[in-house]
Design a protein around this ligand. Structure first.
Ligand SMILES: *Cc1c(COP(=O)(O)O)cnc(C)c1O
Length: 178
C-alpha cells in the first residue's frame, strides 16, 4: 500500500510516487487536499477491494459525500496536472534549491523537515519565522518521536525565487540555522 499524499501532483511529473518508481501498488491512497488544492481523497485498487471498501468501510459509509464544488476543483486540478508537468515539478525544485542553499540533505519531496529537538525550540522558531512573514509549522510529539520536534517547510509552485531567498535569510538572521 502506498499513501501518496505528498507525491501526487508533485513527483513523477505529477503522476505520483508509483509512476516515478515504476510500481503499481495493490492499494494506492492519496489526498485531494494538498497538491490538488481541494478536499477529500481517493483509493485506487482492484475492483473487489474497492467493492469491499465501499460496502464495509464505516468511515466512508457514514460520511456525507464530498461537496460537488470540491469534486469540481479536484477534477480541474487533475486537468492542470495532466497538461502542465512543468508546474508539477516546481515544488520539488523549490525544495531542492532551499536544501542546497542551506546544506541540507537532498529532499525527496516538497516537504522538508528541519529537526530542532525540543518542542519549545520548534515553537520558538515557528514564532520567529511568522514574525518575518513565513508560515512554517512546528511539528511536535506525539506526531513525531520525542526529541525530534521540527519545522516542516512546505514548498508550492507559487513560491518565487525571492520568497525562498527571503526564507533562507530569515533562517540565518534569526539563528535558527547558522
Ligand atoms: C495529509 C496526509 C494525509 C491526510 O490527508 P487528508 O486529506 O487531510 O485526510 C494522509 N497521509 C499523509 C502521509 C498525509 O501527509
Amino acid at each position: 500500500m502506498v499513501d501518496d499524499a505528498h507525491g501526487v501532483g508533485v513527483l513523477g511529473k505529477g503522476r505520483g510516487t508509483p509512476a516515478q518508481q515504476n510500481q503499481q501498488p495493490d492499494l494506492l491512497i492519496g489526498t485531494l487536499s494538498k497538491a490538488l488544492g481541494s478536499y477529500g481523497g481517493y483509493v485506487a485498487a482492484d475492483r473487489p477491494v474497492i467493492e469491499l471498501i465501499r460496502n464495509r468501510a464505516r468511515s466512508l459509509i457514514y460520511t456525507t459525500g464530498l461537496p460537488p464544488a470540491a469534486i469540481g476543483a479536484a477534477l480541474a486540478a487533475l486537468d492542470i496536472m495532466e497538461n502542465d508537468p512543468d508546474l508539477c515539478a516546481k515544488p520539488l525544485m523549490a525544495a531542492q534549491y532551499f536544501c542546497q542553499a542551506l546544506g541540507l540533505p537532498e529532499p525527496q519531496s516538497a516537504v522538508v523537515p528541519l529537526i530542532l529537538g525540543s518542542a519549545e525550540k520548534a515553537l520558538a522558531a515557528q514564532a520567529k519565522l511568522l514574525a518575518r512573514g513565513y508560515l512554517v509549522v512546528a511539528i511536535r510529539p506525539p506526531t513525531v518521536p520525542d526529541g525530534t520536534a521540527r519545522l516542516r517547510f512546505s514548498f508550492s509552485a507559487s513560491h518565487r525565487q525571492r520568497d525562498i531567498d527571503g526564507l533562507i535569510a530569515a533562517l540565518q538572521d534569526t539563528g535558527i540555522i547558522s
